[in-house]
Design a protein around this ligand. Structure first.
Ligand SMILES: *[C@@H]1O[C@H](CO)[C@@H](O)[C@H](O)[C@H]1NC(C)=O
Ligand SMILES: *[C@@H]1O[C@H](CO)[C@@H](O)[C@H](O)[C@H]1NC(C)=O
Ligand SMILES: *[C@@H]1O[C@H](CO)[C@@H](O)[C@H](O)[C@H]1NC(C)=O
Length: 436
């Protein structure tokens, strides 16, 4: 209760500081721009919020030991991604969160949210277990640093581990696949040296595409696309054949003109390549493509799956299959994590206005054809994790994690306010403008 009250006080405080522009009104927030229209923000269901991450430890002694030797620094953790796994129609799903080791002091890099309240937020626990994370790069059988994960329709969690901590490459980047129902290790794939650039690459996003999904399929025809944001490339992994190849060209590169990021008035410099990945859903009758974009770039690009999933076309280096890349258009602003709904709406979090945008893949890609689905300068700065999932009962939902990345970058996180949130809305509700 105290927690919620304090949150409201902080919220109204924030609105006051912004003077007459914002006002807080009985639970509904309005933004008044220079002139009308006045419209309420879209309220998503908040399932997790925290001032700071609260790491649970196997014992108090271990917690103290990690604080003493620097394996845990409470001021260094930044959650990036969310994914969920449903076990029963009535209960909330298991909510997973990633906390990459961009710096030192992160006790574990992949966690699930418990129901235990703590002073700074709900307690986390390590996943699959504490042992997987405890070596901090010394043991490559574990997990070193996880930026994003993808739980596929077959109940497998694909964990993309960059293998580095604070730009030091401790282990090869790897994909670790866990069967979520049993927490069993199903598969591990380490990237060979020709697929990444040691100490330069940072693999940030995995996207899993299955062409034989359940209930009829057997989850064998699986491709994984991996975004290397700082090495400016994409690695394709044909799981059935056990083969991989790397794609790098002008479309996977950042554009220096979009290296200045301004979120909620705070700016930072970041020149990063591919971050957002999505594929045309099955069953739309459309040719299927991988949709991708670089973080520091306003271009949206697509490449047909039949090209990107054909290993024989990628031997020619920078020019390989370049004529098949389709520059769909430019949005004029940056956009971070992306995801696609089953009916072909590509979602992405934009900076201005701060919110979640959609774009129908059947239309031209421009600044004006994108549409605002949910705006909220407080709760949606910055959408760093974004998933569209279909529950086992057929309900399609958007899940997102927001984290105030710009404050983390500039060292300005205010731990007295809510910094990290996980939110949800049904896709239908979101697209039709109904309450979540
Ligand atoms: C809450 O977060 C702040 C900021 O990192 C930290 O100083 C404090 O120790 C945390 N409180 C608890 C109980 O972990
Ligand atoms: C490769 O892409 C083509 C075209 O979308 C598709 O027909 C084929 O099934 C894909 N191969 C695999 C193994 O996914
Ligand atoms: C891959 O591309 C090569 C060269 O164009 C082509 O001969 C081959 O049929 C393609 N393979 C598949 C599975 O489409």
């Amino acid at each position: 209760m105290y927690y919620i009250q304090l949150y409201l006080v902080l919220l109204s405080f924030t609105f006051c500081v912004c003077s007459s522009v914002y006002n807080y009104n009985g639970g509904i927030k309005y933004i008044q721009q220079n002139s009308p229209p006045i419209y309420p923000y879209k309220e998503l269901n908040t399932l997790y919020e925290a001032r700071n991450l609260e790491f649970g430890f196997p014992s108090e002694a271990e917690r103290q030991a990690t604080l003493r030797d620097g394996r845990y620094n409470p001021d260094s953790a930044l959650p990036i991604d969310v994914d969920v796994y449903y076990t029963s129609p009535k209960a909330l799903p298991i909510i997973f969160m990633t906390i990459p080791r961009f710096g030192k002091g992160i006790p574990y890099s992949l966690a699930y949210v418990t129901g235990v309240p703590r002073p700074n937020g709900t307690e986390l626990q390590p996943y699959p277990s504490y042992d997987w994370h405890r070596s901090h790069g010394k043991d490559c059988e574990g997990l070193t640093s996880v930026c994003r994960v993808h739980i596929d329709p077959c109940g497998r969690m694909w964990i993309l581990d960059s293998g580095e901590i604070e730009n030091e490459q401790f282990c090869s980047p790897q994909l670790v696949v866990i069967d979520v129902a049993t927490s069993r290790l199903l598969h591990r794939y380490r990237l060979s040296e020709d697929l990444y650039k040691s100490t330069v690459s940072r693999f940030v996003t995995p996207l899993v595409d299955i062409t034989d999904p359940p209930p009829r399929g057997r989850c064998r025809e699986t491709f994984v696309y991996m975004a290397d944001a700082t090495g400016f490339g994409i690695v394709v992994y044909d799981v059935q054949k056990g083969e991989s190849w790397r794609i790098e060209n002008k479309y996977t590169y950042p554009d220096p003109d979009f290296s200045t990021h301004i979120i909620a008035g705070e700016r930072f410099e970041l020149l990063e390549g591919v971050i957002g990945l999505a594929v045309t859903p099955l069953g739309l009758g459309l040719p299927r493509s991988l949709y991708f974009h670089a973080f520091s770039n306003d271009a949206q690009v697509a490449i047909p799956l039949e090209i990107i999933n054909n290993s024989s076309l990628w031997d020619g280096g920078f020019g390989s299959a370049i004529e098949h890349f389709n520059l769909l258009g430019k949005r004029g602003v940056q956009c971070a994590a992306s995801a696609m709904t089953m009916n072909g709406v590509l979602l992405c979090g934009h900076y201005e206005p701060i919110g979640l945008f959609g774009w129908n893949i059947r239309t031209p890609y421009t600044f004006n054809t994108r549409f605002l689905l949910a705006e909220n300068p407080i709760k949606l700065q910055f959408i760093s994790g974004l998933k569209v999932i279909t529950s086992p009962w057929g309900k399609e939902e958007v899940w997102l994690l927001s984290n105030r990345l710009q404050k983390a970058f500039t060292g300005n996180i205010n731990y007295n306010e809510i910094n990290f949130r996980i939110m949800r809305c049904g896709v239908e509700e979101l697209l039709q403008g109904r309450p979540c």
